[in-house]
Design a protein around this ligand. Structure first.
Ligand code: ACO
Length: 331
């Protein structure tokens, strides 16, 4: 069974409500119809009922039985505005500003998740990553045991000898432009958690990547990764994690043996942690475009699951992301 099939089966076993703030967007409406029909989630579409129904008619989607919410007409809007004001008043949000913010579907959706009126959120078919992330970071915040929010890309590679039957977890490819050593350590621990809980890896083996393997090069950029390895060992002593190492050292058994002899991870890593966002983001796109991998992104470290879509996403991408969000919500 593929990773995605396993995710779909888990999502069906304990159905969660996932709010879609871009509720009148064509791909989103089609995805909601599929999710509802296939029992993968209870989608909630945010937007004007008339507009959502017009979109559904245009794309031929059956939205019978799917909840739609228009923030402007919602009986919950005052409650959400009052809570939003409490949460953000020390950041300069006034009562009037909070009342207008909850009319924004993105903030309305985030408040649904915050209050438990929805189990998770998926957005980003229209919004940029930054515009999707900011409300989640400001209001949902990080899990108590996590210092930061980051992301993992699940890379399903054609070469099934890699990672876990071809599946590799890459982090961070979306959120933290230039993490400190401590932040990098938290990214690694969060990625291992994603590998275990979402991908079903029994033994996450985490490689902390660099252009150096075990001191082969000296540079302040290498020092940062070495510090991150030490901090990650303190935060998660039982985790199989090693570095710094080069990408080939992490995934090719013979090179792992020669460049990092005795390492419990080198040559057989299934979780790959990049030193910064430039490296992570470029690498996932190379793996996808040149390596032919299918890729799926999730945010990790948020107190409740919210996930971002690419603006070029397909209907199936939305279905997949909602199913993964629903599985994250089961924790
Ligand atoms: N974890 C937890 N909280 C965070 C994080 C984080 N990683 N980053 C910011 N925050 C919090 C801040 O503490 C702040 O909280 P506060 O308002 O309560 O004090 C709040 O989020 C907003 O922080 P800002 O610094 O004002 O937000 P910023 O404008 O820097 O945006 C963002 C943060 C959106 C994550 C930014 O770092 C960013 O743009 N990252 C890159 C996104 C991107 O473009 N990725 C690549 C493309 S995606 C792709 O290819 C799939």
């Amino acid at each position: 069974m593929s990773m995605l099939d396993k995710v779909m089966a888990k999502a069906r076993a304990d159905v969660k409500s996932i709010v879609l703030p871009e509720g009148d967007e064509e791909r989103t409406v089609e995805a909601a119809s599929i999710l509802n029909r296939e029992g993968l989630a209870r989608p909630i579409l945010i937007g004007s009922k008339d507009k959502i129904e017009a979109t559904a008619a245009k794309v031929g989607a059956d939205i019978e039985g799917i909840e739609t919410i228009d923030p402007a007409a919602s009986p919950k809007k005052d409650e959400y505005a009052a809570l939003l004001y409490e949460l953000r008043k020390n950041k300069g949000v006034t009562e009037e500003k909070a009342a207008s913010m909850v009319q924004d579907p993105m903030y309305y959706g985030i408040m649904m998740v915050k209050t438990g009126d929805a189990d998770g959120l998926v957005s980003g078919a229209i919004h940029t990553t930054g515009d999707m992330l900011r409300p989640a970071l400001q209001i949902i915040k990080t899990k108590p045991e996590m210092k930061i929010v980051s992301s993992s890309f699940l890379m399903d590679c054609p070469n099934k000898d890699l990672g876990e039957d071809g599946l590799l977890v890459y982090a961070d490819c979306v959120v933290m432009p230039n993490p400190t050593a401590e932040e990098l350590a938290y990214i690694a621990v969060a990625a291992a958690d994603t590998a275990k809980k979402l991908c079903g890896f029994e033994e996450p083996r985490v490689a902390m990547l660099s252009f150096s393997s075990k001191g082969s090069a000296k540079h302040e950029l290498v020092d940062k990764v070495q510090q991150a390895v030490a901090i990650a060992h303190e935060i998660a002593p039982g985790l199989l994690l090693d570095g710094e190492m080069q990408y080939d050292c992490a995934i090719v058994p013979e090179i792992g043996k020669s460049k990092a002899p005795g390492s419990p991870v080198a040559g057989r890593a299934n979780v790959l942690v990049f030193p910064d966002l430039q490296a992570g983001n470029i690498s996932y796109k190379i793996t996808q475009r040149v390596g032919g991998a299918d890729c799926f992104a999730v945010l990790q470290g948020l107190n409740k699951p919210c996930n971002d879509l690419s603006r070029g996403c397909s209907v199936q991408d939305i279905v997949n992301t909602v199913a993964m969000t629903a599985v994250q919500a089961q924790e």
